[in-house]
Every structure is written in structure tokens, then in C-alpha cells.
Design a protein around this ligand. Sequence first.
Ligand SMILES: Cc1cc2nc3c(=O)[nH]c(=O)nc-3n(C[C@H](O)[C@H](O)[C@H](O)COP(=O)(O)OP(=O)(O)OC[C@H]3O[C@@H](n4cnc5c(N)ncnc54)[C@H](O)[C@@H]3O)c2cc1C
Length: 379
Amino acid sequence: MRVLILGAGFGGLELATALDGALGAAVEVTLVDRADGFVFGYSKLDVMFGRATAEHVVHRYADRVPNGVRFVQATVTSIDPVTRRVETDAGSLDGDVLVVALGADLHPEATPGLLEAGHEFYTVAGAFALRHVIDAFPGGRVVVAVTSTPFKCPPAPSETALLVHDHLRRRGLLDVSTVSLAMPLGAPIPPSPSASAALLAEFAERGIAWHPGATVRSLDPQRRVAVLADGAELAFDLFLGVPVHRAPDVVVAAGLTEDGWIPVDPSTLRTRFEDVYAVGDVTSVGTPKAGVFAEGQAAVVAAQLVARARGESSAATYDGHGICYLEFGGGEVGKVDVTFLSGQAPTGALEGPSRALAADKAAFGTDRVRRWFGRDWRP
Ligand SMILES: Cc1cc2nc3c(=O)[nH]c(=O)nc-3n(C[C@H](O)[C@H](O)[C@H](O)COP(=O)(O)OP(=O)(O)OC[C@H]3O[C@@H](n4cnc5c(N)ncnc54)[C@H](O)[C@@H]3O)c2cc1C
């Protein structure tokens, strides 16, 4: 069986590793990505706030221990979901099974003024460039804000507000600074009332201004204000924004999407095309856009493909479960264990925050790098 996986992020890496581990030479796995390395989403915050170097957090595909997976560094330029044939800038590829794990593309240019007057911290390049900007910031009005929904890792803006506050405190700049957080959601983490309450208490204690239900539509570079959907304005000296997310153009052009994202069977991750699956942020499966969910979906696709290769039937179905770590600042991390798709409203209780959970989060990254890249790493 030839499995062609598009995208070597959380979902693609997990799927390729699981298939290789279970089937070895019985399956031919090709993994395609335009990037030369993988970066955990949370590592972007580590680089921005000077907790890690850019070099330390990029896991180069070329450095993976050799295994049965063929990695092709190429940009996917077209996908035919009927024939499962894919064109790339390095030639054509096809598979008996196609798995689309191309994530969400980020469009800072879609928000007028964002690139001229502000900064986005969701792309690798944007987050890495912010390290020097934040380092040189003399203090002033900091606005952390979201420009559209859905967006990856809903806790990340709250974490960023707390980490920027930590940074200003460390630098002795709190007296001349304010921090505001504007999010389209009504609570910092809607599926976890206890995590939301803890974050709101932390914002209140630190004097971080919380603006729920607020989406930034544009930035005015002359007046240095962010304009919200309802016309209200937030003045800033440093704007840290979450850019507009869209499914990659190549996925839309392939006719795989409906209402912007790929619909899949939430139990099996199958698309409406035969032997074409989709996992992770590129789908509208019903979980938040986060790596842990992409990984869980990939594991279910792997179980189905392993069973098929062995001529067995698979009972593996996706349960929407994931663990989310939250940076609370001060070196402390909280943990929320949450299950979506169970037919009930998701709820996740908060554990922590604590330093012990910061170690747990570090182990999460270490485990994945060992599994996917075969090497030792500490975040
Ligand atoms: C600041 C921040 C913090 C985060 N923190 C967390 C966290 O703590 N926990 C968590 O679970 N998640 C977190 N996330 C979210 C997480 O990073 C994503 O949800 C996750 O990476 C999604 O996995 P994926 O496999 O669907 O897509 P991705 O990991 O985005 O992988 C998609 C891959 O497809 C490739 N690609 C796209 N288009 C093409 C093309 N045309 N040709 C070839 N290759 C292409 C990309 O290069 C990319 O490698 C965070 C995100 C951010 C931005």
C-alpha cells in the first residue's frame, strides 16, 4: 500500500511515524512538506520571549533518523482527490491512499494595516522576528489581539498577554506600560470554565485589560490604533496579532473544502473522496485547531490503515480527546484535559498552574521529538 501524506506538521509526522512503526516495509510512505523543518506552535512563544533560540526549536526533516518514510521537500501545487494524484514543484506523486494534513495558512495581509503598523506572532518568521522587536521595546501600550475565527490554539493569545507582562516586569517597564487582550471569544478558553476563571483572575491581578467578543478588523498606521469590528478602537505602541486563517489555496482549488475547511467523517477522518483522508487544522472536524487534536486524528487514520494493510477490520474511531498546556507566566503551566465530539458540550477542568506541569509540558515536546525525529531534545 502506498500512502501519500501532504504536510509534515503535527498530523503528518504522527501518521508517518505510526505507519512506519507498525508496518515497516509493508507500506510505502511518502511525506511531503514545503518547509525544511518542523516547529512546535508553543516554541514560537519561547523564541519571541527569549526563552529559546530559533536554531534550537527548528527540527529539520533532513536530520530525521533514516526510516522507511520518504520525505520530499516540495510545495504541493495541485491535488486531484479522485485519482489521488498530486503535482508539486518537484514533480508528480500519487498514492493508493492520500492524507491531507496541510494545516491552516496564515494571511496577515488580509487585515489592513497589520503588516505596516503591527506584528503577527503565528507564523514561524513572524514569531522569530518578534524576538528583537520585543527585546528592544522601550515600554508603552501593548495590544494582543485576534483578527478572525477560527484560529489555532485558542489559549495562545492569553498566554502571550501573560508572557509579555512577565517580560515587561523583568525589564522594569511595567510603570510605563499597559497590556490589553482582545479576543472574539466570550471567555479565554470557552470549553474550560475553570481555566477561563483562573486566567481572568490572573489578568485582573496583573492589570491586563480583557476585551471579550472583540475582533480587530484593521490597524490605522498613522493614528496607531486597532479598529474593532464594532468600530471601537484600541491604541497601541506594540501590536501582537493573530492573523486570518484559511485552508491552503491548493486544498480549496482541489474542491476538497466546504465553508472554508475540509469536511470529514468525525469518527474516521475520511473525506467524501474514496481513500482520501484529512486530519488537523485543515479540517472542520469539530475540535479546536491544535496540534494535540491533529495528532489524535492521525493516530486514528494510522490504525485504520494498519488494519487494512493486515487485512483486518479496524474499530478505531476518533474521540476528540486532547490535553492542552497553558503558560500562566512566572514559569508556571496549567493543564486542561478536554474531550470534544462526545455528543455533549465539552468541558475540561484546569489542573495547576504549577512548575511541575511546566516539566510535563517539556516532556510532551521531548517525547514527540524522540518519536518523530529519533533524537533527544529539551524545549
Ligand atoms: C503561537 C502558537 C502556539 C501554539 N501552541 C500549541 C500548544 O501548546 N499545543 C497544541 O496542541 N497546539 C498548539 N498550537 C497549534 C498547533 O501548532 C497547530 O494546531 C498544529 O501544528 C496543527 O497541526 P497540522 O498537522 O494540522 O498542521 P501543521 O502542523 O500546521 O502542518 C501543516 C504542514 O503543511 C505544510 N504545507 C502547507 N501548505 C503546503 C503546500 N502547499 N505544500 C507543501 N507543504 C505545505 C506546512 O509547511 C506545514 O508543515 C500553537 C500554535 C501557535 C501559532
